[in-house]
Write a protein that binds this ligand. Structure first.
Ligand SMILES: Cc1ncc(COP(=O)(O)O)c(C=O)c1O
Length: 399
């Protein structure tokens, strides 16, 4: 055996976290890190949130798992709450984002199948997208680095440029079933899609009988200051995949759809062993209790503004390190003027955790419960990291 028994698929930082408290992670050596990575937008309410811990432990003492062969009251309740809060009428629970996307893709294909158009199975996607690591979702994402070596690409995905709605229109054929888009691209580099573009996509869907699918796995559940990012545009989808934040760290996802879009998803056509399990449902309901509290999302919007303004002033101070600030709500990106991996290391040296993304961006995804003081603390660490990098550049140039 070479080294660890684990697959070598992750390039892990040499950090071992022992426990978490709110926005903080504490290593096995007792060092404290300010967590603005949030498990990549998963720890929506930070670490060890008392309401989530209570919900999970209470459920754990009662019942861990029953099959979807039986009624699961927590699942019906969470389904109804998600439907009440969104465009959707129907919900299917999964264990992950990729599975939520798989369900979304299958829902769209089945819709056309039961409408008498089995030939309509193709889905238009956008460059820079990330939809997961299953065979179908790497095909949807279309990124060569994730497809290479895994055999023939799953058929049925046609990709156009990011925010290139003219190209999306041209890509529509009699075989097209749906358009799939992240309202704010996450892995692609924190790139919000303009409202006007979402409006045009909606129109194209109406015009050609296509379904509009949103992937809100990363940008959903309060991340942008609304429960779902697309609410800023007022443009609703027919189907939507969510995950990450809804579990607050417990693995879960969901596919939401209108009655009409879900018309093909009848008994026996799709399934899951673990999806919608009582433990996950207890946590999902607890996350919604907090996120839907009066004033919670407004406070996220206020804190997001504070953070964005602070970041803009750091970028003004160190343009040789940070070129631009982008994003929405507490889903912010630093477009770097030097390799983002170096900036990420400099932030980690300041005990601030962030996540690199595509397009040479560093993602900042603090918990929605982050305090003003923690935002100021993070800004100081980012300023210190940028200053150190700027000084290193200046002294190298002087040599
Ligand atoms: C937008 C988006 N979609 C889908 C996924 C896949 O989710 P998971 O890793 O839970 O399968 C991710 C994960 O990063 C994501 O950011």
């Amino acid at each position: 055996m070479s080294g660890s028994a684990l697959y070598e698929t992750f390039a892990r930082a040499p950090l071992v976290f022992d426990h978490g408290e709110g926005t903080w992670l504490i290593t096995d050596k007792g060092e404290r890190y300010l967590d603005f990575a949030g498990g990549i937008a998963v720890n929506s309410l930070g670490h060890s949130h008392p309401h989530l811990v209570a919900a999970l432990t209470e459920q754990a003492a009662k019942l861990w798992h029953v099959s979807n062969l039986y009624e699961i009251p927590g699942q019906s309740r969470l389904g109804e709450r998600l439907a009440d809060a969104t465009f959707a009428d129907k919900v299917f629970f999964t264990n992950s984002g990729a599975e939520a996307l798989e369900c979304a893709i299958k829902t769209a294909r089945r819709y056309h199948f039961v409408k008498g158009h089995p030939e309509r199975f193709r889905i238009i996607t956008f460059e820079g997208a990330f939809h997961g690591r299953t065979l179908a979702t790497i095909a949807a994402g279309g990124q060569y680095k994730y497809l290479e070596g895994f055999g023939p690409k799953v058929e049925g995905f046609d990709q156009v440029g990011f925010d290139d709605i003219d190209a999306a229109e041209k890509a529509i054929t009699p075989q097209t079933a749906a358009i799939l888009i992240e309202p704010v691209q996450g892995e692609g580099g924190i790139r919000p899609v303009p409202t006007q573009s979402l409006k045009r996509l909606r129109q194209l869907c109406e015009q050609h009988g296509l379904l509009l699918i949103y992937d809100e796995v990363q940008c959903g559940i309060g991340r942008t200051g609304k429960l779902f990012a697309h609410e800023w545009s007022g443009v609703t989808p027919d189907i939507m995949a969510i995950a990450k934040g809804i579990g607050g760290g417990f693995p879960m996802g969901a596919c939401l759809a209108t009655d009409e879009a879900a018309v093909g998803m009848t008994a026996g056509v799709h399934g899951t062993t673990f999806g919608g399990n009582p433990l996950a449902m207890a946590v999902g309901n607890a996350v919604l209790d907090v996120v839907l509290e009066d004033g919670f999302l407004e406070d996220v919007q206020r804190k997001a503004l504070l953070m964005k303004q602070g970041l803009a002033s750091v970028a003004d101070e160190f343009p040789e390190i940070i070129e631009d600030i982008r994003g929405a709500g507490l889903m912010l990106g630093l477009k770097c003027a030097m390799p983002n991996t170096k900036v990420n290391m400099a932030l980690r040296d300041q005990h601030l955790l962030a996540v690199p993304a595509g397009d040479n961006v560093i993602r900042l995804l603090p918990p929605l419960t982050v305090t003003d003081a923690e935002i100021h603390d993070a800004l100081n660490r980012i300023r210190a990291g940028a200053k150190g990098l700027a000084e290193a550049i200046a002294s190298a140039a002087a040599k």
